[in-house]
Structure formats: C-alpha cells, structure tokens
Design a protein around this ligand. Structure first.
Ligand code: KG4
Ligand code: ZN
Length: 368
C-alpha cells in the first residue's frame, strides 16, 4: 500500500510518500518539510493568516517534488491522507482541499488524519521487524501546541490520562526564549544555552509536582521566569541580562520543565501499568513524540524514569518527532488497513480531541 500524506496544520508545509512494505523508516520513499520559521520570526510566534497563505503558495510544488523524490506517479497511489485537524484552520483547509482534489481526480480514497493520532503512531512507522511496537503503549506528546499523556489502545482508540490546563510545554520554552531576547522557536536555543548554565541559580516552581493525576500546567513556570528576570535586572541595574545569567535562566527553566514532565509521566506510568498489567510484556513501552521530544535533557530524564519503571523508551528520530508528512501518510496506512477512509464532504476540524470521553480542558486539542 502506498499513500501520499500532507501536513499543513501549523507552520510546516510537508508531504511524504510512504509504502507499507518498507522496514522502519525505509518505508518513507520521499519526504519534504518546508518550515515557515523565517516568515513568522519577525512576529515572535506563528501568525495564522501568514501560515495559511504560505501553505497555499507552497503546497503544489512540495507535493510535486515529493512525488518526484519518491519516483511515484499519482496512478501508483492507493490513497491520499491529509491532516484534518486539530490545528490552525486556514492551514488545515489548504491541506484537506488539496488532498480531496487529488482523491477526486484520481478516484482514490481520501483519509482525514487526526494530527495528534499521527504523532502517537509515528513510533509504529519507525518500528522494525527486529524491534516491533504493538498496542497498547503509553505516549507522552510534547509539542508547541500540546502536552498530553495518552494510552494508545489501537488505531482510533486512545485514552487521555492528562493534558495541560493552560500552556503547552513547547509554548513555555518559546515564551521563555522570547523574554530572554532569543529567536523563535525558542526550544533549541534554550537547550543550547542551558548547557553552559547553572540550573540551581534560580529557584523555579515544578508545576503540579506531587499532585495526583497526570495533568500539566506551565503558565506559572513562565511567570516565575519573568519574575526571576525582573528581580535580576533590578538587582544588577541592567536593562538586559548578561550572557551567564541568560544561560543560568535557560538551565533553571529547562530543569524545572523536565522535572514537571517527569513527575506527571511517573503518575501516568503507574496508572498504565495498573490498568494494563495483563496485556504488557515487562513494564511496557513509553513513546515520546512532538517537537520538545528533541530535548536531550528531557530524553535523558525519561531514560532514567523508564529504567526505574522497567519500561522501554521509544523516541522516534528528531525529524519525525516534529511536524512532517510521513507521520500523516503512515497514519493513513494504519487507517486504510482497517477500512477507515473518509468521504469528500469531510469538514476540517480546528478542535479534534483524540479521546472524546476525557474531561474537557480549556486548551486540549485546540492547536496542532
Ligand atoms: O511538534 P512541533 O514541531 O510543532 C507543533 O506541533 O507544535 O513542536 C514545536 C515545539 C516548539 O515549541 C519548539 O520550541 C519545541 O517544539 N522544541 C524544543 C526543542 N526543539 C523544538 N523544545 C525544547 N528543546 C528542544 N531541543
Ligand atoms: Zn505537531
């Protein structure tokens, strides 16, 4: 089975062709990700209108180039999949309309993919014959728009154990970076500067730590960074912090964010291992995905947590953790195998929670 996947829900215009006969990432025959970072950088964050226009401008040439790279003709496709939500609606509409047009012109099925499901299933795309990944498994999804803990029970079947009650963790990285005068997106810069910083210099909160359940909160941590910065500038009579202070703030923030994630994930592991005891081999698998999964300090802390819990940690390669077309094509393959295709009257969904039964939270499922 060979599927074209299209991703346009946030600030990457991406396409990929994936064939389900390949082993692990070999299944990806062609993939292009075009980041819009330069278009949004002057504004310090993503501007939805600019994003939608940039997707529209780029999508045709990106698909054509992806098909060339994959050496695939449209007549060789079994289906076309696109992110149907959640995400910035202007961008989602561009991807969905393009996919529908291809499906109609070629008379092949159209598949609307939930972007969160695609992140959760990426670990199965990179699984190999030697290291397979079966359901159920636990997922920590950490991106610029989402921070969630989910049990993946099967394709289309997720139990949400926790989500953020305010900001996503990637957003907290980005806002911290902005306060410190660093470029967008802030996560990679914060991580790099933190390497030369002293994480003990600033006492920052570990939001929700020690509380029952698996929900997250990051807006208080972001405010604490602002207060620490203001106090520092007042103490030193400076208008901008010196290089060492910036590094120390980055290190202190990163450690606080990682500890908060670890604490909530520990609770989720407890709940997962208890409810799925009979279905698990050993302690089971924890998958980490989303842009923040690229963070080395977080990965290291998760390795420690998994060793403690007897679990295997699966972290897809960085380029597949951030938004990409291969994860959409793969989710399309998983759905197509079960006969789960969509009709051309599918309406793009700005909100699309993976677990409709989970308690409502203000931001859950709202962004990509
Ligand atoms: O998954 P993604 O590419 O897009 C969304 O769906 O949001 O995630 C982007 C987020 C941004 O907030 C970015 O700052 C963060 O991932 N990020 C990182 C790192 N690399 C990217 N955060 C911390 N450390 C990193 N190395
Ligand atoms: Zn994403």
């Amino acid at each position: 089975m060979r599927i074209l996947g299209i991703e346009t829900s946030c600030d990457e215009t991406a396409a990929a062709v994936v064939d389900d006969t390949g082993n692990g990432a070999d299944a990806i025959l062609g993939e292009i990700v075009r980041s819009q970072i330069d278009d949004h950088a002057p504004f310090g964050g993503i501007v939805p209108e600019i994003a939608a226009r940039a997707h529209l401008e780029m999508i045709d040439s990106i698909i054509a180039e992806t098909m060339r790279q994959a050496d695939t003709d449209f007549s060789a496709l079994d289906a076309v999949a696109a992110t149907g939500g959640p995400g910035l609606i202007g961008g989602v509409i561009v991807g969905v309309m393009t996919a529908k047009a291809i499906a109609a012109a070629r008379d092949i099925p159209f598949i609307a993919v939930n972007h969160l499901e695609a992140h959760a299933l990426t670990a199965r795309l990179v699984a190999t014959a030697e290291a397979p990944l079966d359901f159920p498994y636990l997922v920590l999804l950490v991106s610029g728009g989402h921070t969630q803990l989910l049990i993946a029970e099967g394709v289309g079947r997720y139990q949400r154990l926790g989500t953020t009650i305010d900001d996503a963790v990637g957003e907290a990285f980005d806002k911290t970076a902005k306060m410190l005068g660093l470029d967008y997106p802030g996560g990679p810069m914060v991580e790099q500067l933190a390497r030369d910083g002293d994480a003990r210099r600033f006492a920052l909160p570990r939001p929700m730590k020690g509380r029952a359940g698996c929900d997250f909160s990051f807006s208080g941590l972001k405010t604490a960074v602002r207060h620490a910065l203001e106090a520092l500038l007042a103490d030193t009579a400076q208008t901008v912090p010196d290089k060492q202070a910036i590094a120390d703030l980055c290190a202190s923030f990163q450690q606080a964010a990682a500890e908060a994630l670890i604490d909530r994930t520990r609770n989720a592991i407890g709940a997962f291992q208890l409810s799925h005891a009979t279905a698990l081999e050993g302690g089971g698998v924890l998958v980490v995905s989303g842009g923040v999964a690229a963070n080395g300090a977080l990965r290291q802390a998760l390795e420690g947590l998994c060793a403690e819990a007897g679990m295997r940690l699966v972290a897809p390669p960085q380029r597949l953790c951030t938004d990409n077309g291969a994860m959409i094509a793969w989710a399309g393959i998983e759905r197509m195998r079960l006969g789960l295709t969509d009709t051309l009257d599918f309406a793009p969904r700005p909100r699309w929670p993976l677990d409709p039964d989970a308690p409502k939270r203000a931001f859950a499922g709202a962004k990509a």
